[in-house]
Design a protein around this ligand. Structure first.
Ligand code: PBG
Length: 319
């Protein structure tokens, strides 16, 4: 059965296509592009350059981009107010993309870490503890401002309790009936986010801090199901498991239990370790990236956020 290419193709259960991919993009206030040392091949881009990325994604039929802002230090504050500024970087980036490529899906990240001086995803009290309810109020303002700018999907990645319900209620109140909510439901307190924090510059703010008080413990699995159930109950349209490869058991359980659109984030550290090995000549970049993405889909993912998205779409096209 495996001898010939024709029969292998006929029997293949999982086939990765460009339709499965979402490309995360780092947007900065500077002009042009800037390399990210810990993520070779990935750059921070200006809004002008973002439009070129959008064009490439559209050409390759990658359905959507996910935007992550690189906030200059002077725009950060304790109350993260820059997060819901009408003319903030994300808001301008969304408007520019939607004006030029109305068909391209635009996903925004709802969390305060790019905007807080301490790099936490939420607001902190005097002891440095991230406080849930005050944070949710801020997240709602941020999500509404993204919806007003024209984001197709807002994706709360902060892991506060009750934020999906609060964002959904605000969208209903303001008539944002088409803005979808992708809940980062099972987001683990993972060390694989390191390169991302370099890329957006939150690593310096975070210092020795960690996110253990709100992101999930890597040892837990039943808890992921409870988190997903809560977010669906509160009005999430799609749920996310993050990171990808080390958490495929969670992906499978979530997909099997709930049968809802389940997205997976193949995170910065997963990208970095694969690319680093490839740069040493130890792994085949293309083969390993496509295998990892296919495995994530096989586990149950409907779509994958991946820094390989554009490369993978190109490789799949080349055949
Ligand atoms: C922040 C956020 C993180 C990522 C996406 N949104 C980092 C974190 O939680 O510290 C990580 C993505 C990646 O590593 O590629 N809300």
């Amino acid at each position: 059965m495996r001898r010939d290419d024709f029969s292998r193709r006929l029997m293949r259960e999982t086939v990765l296509t460009a339709d499965d991919l979402i490309y995360p993009v780092f947007v900065h206030e500077k002009s042009g592009r800037e390399a990210i040392a810990s993520m070779p091949g990935i750059e921070r881009v200006s809004i002008d350059e973002l439009l070129r990325v959008g064009e490439e994604a559209a050409l390759l039929r990658v359905p959507a981009l996910a935007l992550f802002p690189v906030t200059p230090p002077e725009a950060k504050s304790l109350d993260a107010a820059a997060a819901w500024h009408e003319d903030g970087l994300v808001q301008r980036a969304v408007r520019a993309l939607k004006a030029r490529f109305p068909e391209l899906g635009v996903i925004t990240d709802v969390a305060l870490d790019p905007y807080t001086t301490h790099g936490q995803d939420g607001l902190i009290d005097d002891s440095g503890y991230v406080v849930n309810d005050a944070t949710v109020e801020a997240l709602v303002k941020q999500a509404v401002s993204h919806a007003q700018a024209g984001a197709d999907i807002v994706a709360p990645s902060d892991m506060m309790d009750g934020r999906i319900g609060a964002v959904r209620a605000a969208f209903e109140r303001d008539g944002h009936i088409h803005t979808r909510i992708l809940a980062y439901s099972a987001k683990y307190a993972s060390a694989f986010y390191g390169p991302f924090r370099d890329a957006v510059g939150s690593a310096a703010s975070l210092g020795k801090g960690n996110k253990f008080t709100y992101q999930m413990d890597p040892g837990n699995s039943d808890e992921a199901l409870r988190e997903v159930a809560l977010d669906l109950d509160e009005g999430a349209d799609m749920v996310m498991v993050k990171p990808g490869l080390p958490y495929l058991d969670i992906v499978r359980r979530v997909k099997q239990r709930f049968g809802v659109p389940t997205f997976v984030y193949q995170v910065s550290g997963e990208y970095a370790m694969l690319v680093a090995a490839a740069q040493n000549g130890w792994l085949d970049r293309r083969a390993c990236a496509l295998e990892a993405l296919t495995s994530i889909k096989r586990a149950g993912a409907d779509a994958v956020l991946s820094y390989f998205a554009l490369d993978a779409a190109r490789w799949l096209r080349e055949g």
